[in-house]
Design a binder for this molecule. Sequence first.
Ligand code: GDP
Ligand code: MG
Ligand code: ZN
Length: 291
Amino acid sequence: MLYGRIIKGVGGSYFVKTGADTYTCNAAGVFRNKKITPVIGDMCGLEVSDECAKTGTIVEILQRRNEIIRPRVSNIDQIIIVMAADEPKLDINMLDRYLVILANGNFDVIICINKSDLTEENAIVCVKERYESIGYKVIVMSAGKNEGTNRLSDVLKNKVSAFAGPSGVGKSSIVNLLSGVQIMETGTLSKKISRGKHTTRHVEFLALDENTYVLDTPGFTSLTFDGIEADNLQDCFYEFKQYLGKCAFRNCAHQNEPGCAVKAEVGGKIDENRYNNYLSFFSEIKNGKER
Ligand SMILES: Nc1nc2c(ncn2[C@@H]2O[C@H](COP(=O)(O)OP(=O)(O)O)[C@@H](O)[C@H]2O)c(=O)[nH]1
Ligand SMILES: [Mg+2]
Ligand SMILES: [Zn+2]
């Protein structure tokens, strides 16, 4: 049997990449009966029906390492959160929101600040240092000027990576640059908003080489804290970790409780902006729950 990765789905057909070849496959009836749907990213076994036409049937789906919903993809090694240094303005609240939603998953999270050409270096350095001190890898680059692209390529090498981030930050531009072809549509913010066009619609892994895949995703659009309890939010702020369990109250929510070990570090080891985002997300989750 041949094994490969599902890189794209169209209608009921799946495109399975096995080394240098791509087979157009349907899914065996057995999956439908078991209510199993193949997911983009799945590693699968296929039976070839026509070697010349490169068609086949998916007969086995290997255990998924992880699965993400919206977009529904599996077996992701890492998610690259792309933000722009400017245009749109670097939104730290939004960045922290992504970091919380993607925290504690079975994949790595990397921060990429694109459009470095639009701002002074100093403006990004402090943001870069802040997140690096928490333990995140931060890549600063400009797809427009093709600067810092190698740093990103090194991180992507031999991995399956999905790009996430707000619209207009340059995700598709980056993917185009890496793949060397204008494969994804790009567009200016104003065009996108006015026409709703130029957005990335389909879900497809692009092979940069046989072991390196990237996904320019239209998804991750829902930035609500579904599935995250207020009490667990503290675990999504990794820099809090070493202080947890050291507060005077066992159930400390790190708001205004006396003897809070987290709050004692704010302005010192814990960045004030991060802490404020913690507070605002905390009340957002609490209020959402009450509704
Ligand atoms: N100045 C500058 N513009 C960029 C850069 N990268 C992308 N852009 C522009 O930003 C706009 C949005 O890019 P796009 O790739 O469509 O963003 P996406 O919505 O995240 O996929 C386009 O007009 C790009 O040409 C960059 O590094 N510098
Ligand atoms: Mg795009
Ligand atoms: Zn506390």
